[in-house]
Design a protein around this ligand. Structure first.
Ligand SMILES: O=P(O)(O)OC[C@H]1O[C@](O)(CO)[C@@H](O)[C@@H]1O
Length: 432
């Protein structure tokens, strides 16, 4: 695992904002902290993302669209910089140059591996958009470099089979249907395209759930009179599809009076969903195959018409920081939720902090800062995990498998009390 001690002169990005950082707050409260994950240690998972996964990704991106010499050279240059060079700032002409200068203060000019892994990965995707001309006036402006992969997946036979299987849903009891749909949304997270780049061919081990707080998720929704559910989406395609079917179930079954689906403002981490992907997925549902798929697609369309389903985004969803540091406007939006469901590995890292926590640290301690009750649906694809039972961890360690990163294990973790961190902060300051 790649990590470094926070006290060993490690660089952390500047975070100019009103809130104190998660680590500062923990220091003040004498709470435990943990090493921030870096990508500098050869052989670590994080190192492998930069040195094994990204080179393959870059080849695929350059093969998927007929980029010209300028874009191709810039993409190759990014690969060489991010594997052996130092962090270069965005060009001054970039619309978000100033923003990234602040986020990266103290990091630019240093090797990529010295930046927190979360920060460096996020910046890699921002720079990839820069290299392909996504934000620049010209041929490639607004062209999602990952669209060919996302489109192929959505059009593929696996999705046909999944749509046809929706026909079995009406025969299930409401309770069973809820469980099945939650489970599909969870395991849909295994389908992410960045993960598949280095997954072994034909690799489809039987999944295993290692924490299950789904009863808390359902009971929290059941006790609210007009439940408002926020869903922070992850990947498009075979993950977004079951997510949307779950959203439809929440709305039609009364578990949610309103759903707000948050997506990325621009292409990110290969297959992360944008608004365009949501629309393409609803269209795919509407076109079947299968009557149940068509009906689901039509209901989702009407839910958007009526405003019971809203698709929203925020720049912070592509920011290189944990959710603890979310800006006040997004915090205020999410604070009204009966429950926020966060999908996937990256959102989990951002929720609990991309640090080498003890796997048995309570989930509530790490996620209590979130502005609403929160549930994480995630397959394990990186080193971070908390909230596990000690015996489960011992059993997994004993297998000798890379269980934290294999994508074979999944969890549903929920925290439904008021924000623990806020409560402590208010107690400290005497606020009511
Ligand atoms: O799509 P997900 O579930 O957020 O997973 C993305 C994961 O892929 C990686 O980028 C590389 O494995 C992880 O670092 C990241 O957490």
């Amino acid at each position: 695992m790649g990590g470094g001690s926070r006290t060993a002169g490690q660089l952390v990005p500047s975070r100019r904002r009103v809130l104190v950082t998660a680590d500062e707050e923990r220091d003040a409260l004498n709470m435990p902290t943990a090493p921030v994950i870096l990508s500098s240690t050869p052989g670590s998972f994080a190192w492998g993302v930069f040195h094994e996964r990204h080179p393959k990704l870059i080849r695929q991106v350059l093969d998927a669209l007929p980029y010209g010499p300028t874009e191709r050279a810039a993409v190759e240059e990014l690969l060489s910089e991010s594997t052996g060079g130092v962090l270069e700032p965005l060009d001054k002409s970039a619309h978000d140059h100033q923003q990234w200068s602040e986020w990266g203060e103290g990091l630019f000019g240093r090797p990529w591996g010295e930046a927190p892994f979360l920060w460096a990965e996020s910046y890699f995707y921002r720079r990839l958009l820069e290299a392909t001309g996504y934000f620049r006036p010209g041929t490639w402006q607004g062209i999602d470099p990952f669209a060919p992969f996302k489109n192929a997946e959505l059009a593929g036979p696996a999705v046909d089979a999944e749509l046809a299987a929706l026909g079995d849903l009406p025969s299930l009891s409401a309770e069973k249907r809820a469980d099945v749909l939650l489970s599909s949304a969870l395991w849909g997270n295994r389908a992410d395209l960045s993960f598949q780049i280095t997954a072994a061919a034909g690799d489809a081990p039987p999944p295993a759930l290692i924490a299950d707080d789904s009863p808390l998720l359902w009971s929290t929704l059941a006790t609210a009179s007009t439940p408002r559910v926020c869903v922070i989406a992850d990947n498009a395609g075979r993950e977004l599809l079951p997510d949307l079917v779950l959203v439809d179930h929440l709305l039609t079954g009364g578990s949610a009076a309103e759903v707000v689906l948050y997506v990325k403002p621009s292409p990110y981490y290969v297959s992360d969903a944008t608004t365009a992907d949501v629309l393409a997925t609803i269209e795919r549902l509407r076109n079947g195959p299968g009557r149940e798929a068509e009906l689901t697609g039509r209901r989702l369309w009407r839910a958007m018409n009526s405003g019971t389903l809203t698709v929203r985004t925020h720049q912070f969803f592509c920011a290189p920081m944990p959710f603890h540091d979310m800006p006040a406007d997004l915090r205020a939006e999410l604070s009204g939720a009966t429950m926020t469901i966060i999908k996937g590995d990256l959102n989990y890292r951002r929720l609990v902090g991309d640090q080498l926590w003890d796997a048995t640290d309570p989930f509530a301690e790490r996620a209590g800062h979130f502005p609403s009750p929160v549930a994480a649906l995630r397959t394990l694809k990186s080193d971070v995990v908390v909230g596990l039972d000690g015996r489960v961890v011992a059993g997994l360690d004993a297998t000798g498998e890379p269980w934290r990163t294999s994508g074979k294990y999944g969890l549903v973790q929920a925290h439904a009390q008021g924000s623990a961190t806020c409560a402590r902060r208010m107690k400290r300051t005497g606020a009511r």
